[in-house]
Design a protein around this ligand. Structure first.
Ligand code: HEC
Ligand code: HEC
Ligand code: HEC
Ligand code: HEC
Ligand code: HEC
Length: 303
């Protein structure tokens, strides 16, 4: 039998797992797994619903019929062993406690106005990367579409959110893609969709105007988001992880080996070469093979 990736059902959403995020699942794969997982629990009609709503390039395969709580309880029971419930509760308490501790540290030690590292403004929508990029395993490029194509990496347009969080239809019935369609947290997104005015996201990283920076020049050469932005996939609220000073840029431009990885792994923030020696060897190899040679003369960044 061909090897199939494992699947995760998360509160009614069948998600594909990590691995190669864009390629490992086709709709057939998802259908296969869904059928296997569900056949003994869900009526046959359910499976055809899954099939119909599996757009082949959309990487979250949604199982909307789970909205039926009976089925949703069932899905959790047969996918996760019982002890995970207790474990999750404990984890929740730990995270809350840790979060409070961390925010005391942040608030107490750094003042965002004077020191950019740690700058963590409140956003109009409590959007969580830890949920979307971490738990749901959405690729950064799904939302930051232009990060490997242009200098800027852009905050996603409202349409991107509406793909999953569409408002109710005029008739009042939630559409199939309406996850939390009435959540107050998503109100600014629905407002923006209705009026056509974009959500007022607060910009976090910003270099002075006299500095030229280019995302694609880095991302397409194997420098990962994590090197410059930290573990965004674990952040509920994004903050600036590095100070982005000139010295910081130059440090890497002088010696990029510790920071180069295969281009396919650039948005896989958990990736690691295994050990420091392996990283240095791989970095040197990639630099040579791809002729990577970051410049340090002033005109490269001050044009
Ligand atoms: C579902 C869409 C979505 C996904 C997936 C996503 N982001 Fe974001 N990202 C956003 C939105 C919306 C904002 C603006 C709000 C905020 O800062 O939380 C943002 C902001 C950011 C910022 C701060 C931008 C600034 O203002 O300086 C960084 C850095 C970032 N994302 C990196 C990542 C990385 C790295 C990944 C992949 C691990 C990722 N994002 C995945 C939607 C997304
Ligand atoms: C691929 C589908 C998908 C996309 C695209 C997406 N989300 Fe989500 N979002 C989800 C899922 C799934 C949940 C969690 C549902 C749950 O609670 O189990 C969620 C939850 C949320 C929540 C929490 C809502 C609540 O009431 O708890 C917010 C806020 C949110 N998303 C904002 C956004 C924003 C802003 C964007 C666009 C930048 C976005 N999402 C794009 C799938 C998506
Ligand atoms: C070499 C370091 C570096 C890497 C790698 C990098 N970024 Fe950035 N990022 C920056 C800097 C510096 C800024 C501020 C740019 C500015 O002000 O012009 C920024 C800004 C952003 C912004 C705000 C919008 C913008 O373009 O100004 C987003 C979103 C973002 N990065 C996402 C990502 C994602 C997603 C990845 C990985 C695919 C990534 N970045 C990789 C350094 C980096
Ligand atoms: C972690 C390593 C790393 C960091 C940090 C880094 N760079 Fe780079 N930079 C590179 C690499 C690798 C290249 C690609 C060199 C090549 O293609 O030969 C590059 C290329 C560039 C280029 C050339 C783009 C072009 O159009 O040719 C510019 C400009 C640049 N970086 C600016 C910056 C600035 C500004 C910062 C700091 C805000 C920065 N870099 C931080 C590694 C880094
Ligand atoms: C790899 C990119 C890069 C290169 C190369 C580079 N710079 Fe910069 N430079 C920066 C960044 C980023 C800043 C903004 C740092 C900040 O805001 O703290 C900056 C800031 C400056 C400033 C303003 C400092 C201040 O405190 O306001 C001066 C002056 C400057 N650079 C001169 C130079 C000179 C001269 C060279 C050539 C020897 C050079 N830079 C090469 C990235 C670079």
């Amino acid at each position: 039998m061909p090897q199939r990736p494992e699947c995760i059902v998360f509160r009614g959403h069948l998600l594909r797992t990590s691995g190669s995020q864009y390629t490992s699942w086709s709709s057939e794969d998802a259908l296969f797994v869904a059928r296997q997982r569900l056949s003994s629990h869900a009526p046959a009609s359910t499976v055809s619903i899954i099939y119909r709503y599996l757009p082949s390039r959309f990487f979250i395969y949604r199982l909307d019929f789970f909205a039926d709580t009976r089925l949703s309880n069932m899905s959790q029971r047969f996918l996760f062993p019982r002890w995970t419930n207790k474990f999750l509760a404990l984890l929740g308490v730990l995270i809350l406690a840790g979060g409070a501790y961390a925010s005391v540290l942040f608030l107490g030690v750094t003042s965002p106005e004077t020191l950019n590292t740690g700058y963590r403004p409140l956003q109009p929508v409590p959007f969580s990367h830890a949920l979307h990029a971490g738990e749901l395993k959405m690729d950064c490029k799904y939302c930051h579409v232009s990060v490997d194509k242009s200098a800027h990496s852009q905050i996603p347009a409202t349409q991107t959110c509406i793909n999953c969080h569409s408002p109710k239809t005029a008739a009042g019935a939630p559409k199939l893609s309406a996850i939390h369609s009435e959540s107050p947290k998503l109100k600014p997104v629905r407002e923006s969709w209705r009026t056509g005015e974009s959500v007022d996201w607060v910009r976090i990283h910003r270099l002075p105007d006299y500095v030229y920076f280019n995302h694609s020049a880095h991302v397409n050469r194997g420098v990962s988001c994590v090197t410059c932005h930290g573990r965004v996939d674990q952040m509920d609220i994004v903050y600036q992880a590095k100070n982005q000073s000139m010295a910081w840029c130059l440090d890497c431009h002088r010696n990029p080996d510790p920071h180069l990885r295969p281009v396919e792994e650039v948005t896989n923030l958990a990736w690691s070469a295994g050990s420091e020696e392996k990283q240095l060897a791989l970095g040197a190899e990639l630099r040579k093979a791809n002729n990577i040679n970051p410049q340090t003369n002033c005109a490269v960044c001050h044009r």
